[in-house]
Write a protein that binds this ligand. Sequence first.
Ligand SMILES: NC(=O)c1ccc[n+]([C@@H]2O[C@H](COP(=O)([O-])OP(=O)(O)OC[C@H]3O[C@@H](n4cnc5c(N)ncnc54)[C@H](OP(=O)(O)O)[C@@H]3O)[C@@H](O)[C@H]2O)c1
Length: 295
Amino acid sequence: MDTFIQGCMRIKDMSVADVRGLIESNLANGINVFDHADIYGGGECESLFGKALKEDTSLRDKIVLQTKCGIVKDLSCHRYDNSTNYIIDSVHKSLKRLCIDKIDRLLIHRPDALMNPEETAKAFDTLYRDGLVDKFGVSNFSAAQIALINEVSKQKIEFNQIRLSLTHCPAIEYGVNYNRFNSAGVNRDGGTLDYCRLNKIQVQCYSPYKGRKKSFIGDVRYYRLNKLLKELAFKYKSSPNAIAAAWLLKHPAGLSVINGTTRQERVVEIAKARDISLTRIEWYELYHACGRVLP
Ligand SMILES: NC(=O)c1ccc[n+]([C@@H]2O[C@H](COP(=O)([O-])OP(=O)(O)OC[C@H]3O[C@@H](n4cnc5c(N)ncnc54)[C@H](OP(=O)(O)O)[C@@H]3O)[C@@H](O)[C@H]2O)c1
């Protein structure tokens, strides 16, 4: 299981040398999975990463490259497209930008209202048969939407990337507020977390430190949470980011955390979360510190 993944959504303005530095500091800290999407930086993030791989050809064999497609950002209309031709075409473009022959993992970025699972499965089969993609997954999909694809596809869904953090965890809140009339009890994702656990699908948490617009870490609007994060960081000789990551890692679903930072020092500091085992009390205290109550 990948404990941490390096997200590449924010690398657009970095130099190729800095991208290489980011790759290397992740590798030095035991993180070898890199998450992209065709739309990040309008394709620029994949291109920059590709240039870094070209500069140091030894890197490719050391890393797992994951990218996503299915969100269409053109001027005519913001939309989603999970059709066969769109997916295959997008993969060819990503391969070119990344300067590689094969994508290790392809994720469908968002569910398309017009998705025909047979069409998506056909794209997966073709890409796998042609040796262009090794494994498949989705992002922001509900349990039922994953089941629709898995029902007809030979290539099974192995990953689901969802937004999940201390301050954004409806997927967890719903489970502990089952059968209540409060808003936390609303099943917003169709029981995705439990479905993924049952079906051995790795859940990858994106935006693990994001609050309202900016990071919740250090944001005064989350005063109680930050106070506790600092106290626990002191106790565990680490940082608030590492505690926020440890909170996700404590969950028994075996979650992966996708760090979006572009700073090498933050990668190093967050990786220490692997050695932190929060107590049950600390886990629930952090849950409460975001202003939540339990039944
Ligand atoms: N599937 C999807 O729909 C989807 C959506 C969004 C993202 N993603 C993926 O998930 C990855 C991570 O998402 P994200 O970038 O939103 O995650 P994130 O790691 O929660 O947010 C990163 C941002 O928070 C800042 N930050 C982190 N810790 C901070 C602190 N202690 N103080 C101040 N600022 C802090 C970082 O700044 P610094 O750079 O200065 O550290 C960076 O701007 C992305 O790169 C992408 O690969 C997927």
